[in-house]
Structures are given as structure tokens and as C-alpha cells.
Design a protein around this ligand. Structure first.
Ligand code: ZN
Length: 205
């Protein structure tokens, strides 16, 4: 792509670093911004910058938050003794949309994936195991995506806590294998949380 302006070229190149945005789309977006009032670009740039520099991770569940404790962990109406284990904030959002779950979450920040060089120590697993060792958690629900990496991660965590006094369950696999949790429709996901099954039972199936 030949540009008449280095400034334009730089903006397009930066925009096209985003996933799913090719050079053509990046050019379209940048030209759109140029046609809009300057204030719109300023607001966009400022929102991105503020998000990047000021965002926090909840001290308890590792969810993305504006405060030390996220809104879910600091809500006294949530059940503290049920924890749903998820990969990232998109899963929290998907499950929250179902309004079927009143417990808390624990966000791992990914799943074990040797192919991508992600081991258990790259994830937020130790704080979860420690929470369970403290004895305040009655039930742990595994809600990782039903992929090989998701299963590996579930099993790794399960091995560390199986002798502790906690019930483990997994969301029912109404969701087809390989699907990401975030794309499951809300009714299906909500139902699968309510109809969760014992984790050990899921290993045999
Ligand atoms: Zn939290």
C-alpha cells in the first residue's frame, strides 16, 4: 500500500496490528476518523490510554476491575463459598449475562497450553488453591472451554485440590466441543450452570 502521508501510514500500520484488522480495514477506520471532528479521535485515544494505564486486576478473583476488589467480589449479595473457574473476563461476562450464577469467579488468565508455551505457573492457579486450602469454599465449578487445553487445566487444578474438603463440578457440556464459552447462547449457558455435574463423573464420560 502506497501512502501520500507518513502520518497516515503510521496510523494505518498501528491500527492494523489489532486482531482481525487488515490494512484495508485499518485505512477505512483511519479515514473515517479524519472525516469526524478531531474531538472524537482525542476521546478514543484518551479512552484507550486510560484503560491501559489505570485498569486493575481484582485482588481476589483476578478479573479486570477499576478498583482493588471488583464489583462482583465486593457485592455482599454474592455467595462467597461457590467459585466458578474461568479463563478470562469474556467468560465472566458471558456467565453474568445469564443471571443464573450468584457465586464468585476465579479468573485464570488463560489455560494450560504447552504448544503456546503456557504452563500452570503462567496462570493464576496458586491463589485459587490457597483459597480452597483456607476452607471457605464449598464448591468449585470448572467452566473452562471444552477443549483439550481446557480439560488439561481442569485436571491439573483438580489434582491439587481433590483431597481437600471441596465439591468440584463442571458445567454440563451442552456446549459442543471446541466452542468457546463466550459464544454459547445465554439460555444454554445458564442452563448448563444450573445443571452442573460432578467433575469426577465428567472424567469418565
Ligand atoms: Zn473479583
Amino acid at each position: 500500500m502506497e501512502f501520500s502521508s507518513k502520518l497516515l501510514e503510521k496510523a494505518v500500520n498501528e491500527m492494523s496490528q489489532l486482531p482481525g484488522v487488515g490494512k484495508r480495514t485499518a485505512l477505512r477506520l483511519v479515514l473515517h476518523l479524519l472525516r469526524q471532528p478531531e474531538s472524537q479521535t482525542v476521546q478514543l485515544a484518551q479512552a484507550l490510554l486510560n484503560m491501559r494505564t489505570e485498569i486493575k486486576f481484582c485482588k481476589s478473583c483476578n478479573n479486570i476491575s477499576d478498583n482493588v476488589l471488583c464489583e462482583i467480589c465486593s457485592n455482599p449479595r454474592r455467595q462467597e463459598d461457590i467459585i466458578c473457574v474461568v479463563e478470562d473476563i469474556r467468560d465472566v461476562m458471558a456467565i453474568e449475562n445469564t443471571s443464573s450464577f450468584k457465586g464468585l469467579y476465579h479468573v485464570l488468565g488463560g489455560k494450560i497450553s504447552p504448544m503456546d508455551g503456557i504452563g500452570p505457573h503462567d496462570l493464576n492457579i496458586t491463589p485459587l488453591v490457597n483459597k480452597i486450602k483456607e476452607g471457605r469454599v464449598k464448591e468449585l465449578i470448572f467452566a473452562l472451554s471444552p477443549t483439550m487445553e481446557g480439560d488439561t487445566t481442569n485436571f491439573y487444578i483438580f489434582k491439587q485440590i481433590q483431597d481437600l474438603d471441596v465439591v468440584t463440578s463442571t458445567i454440563a457440556r451442552g456446549i459442543s466441543v471446541g466452542d468457546e464459552l463466550e459464544y454459547a447462547d445465554e439460555v444454554t449457558l445458564g442452563r448448563s450452570i444450573l445443571n452442573r455435574i460432578p467433575f469426577e463423573g465428567s472424567l469418565k464420560s
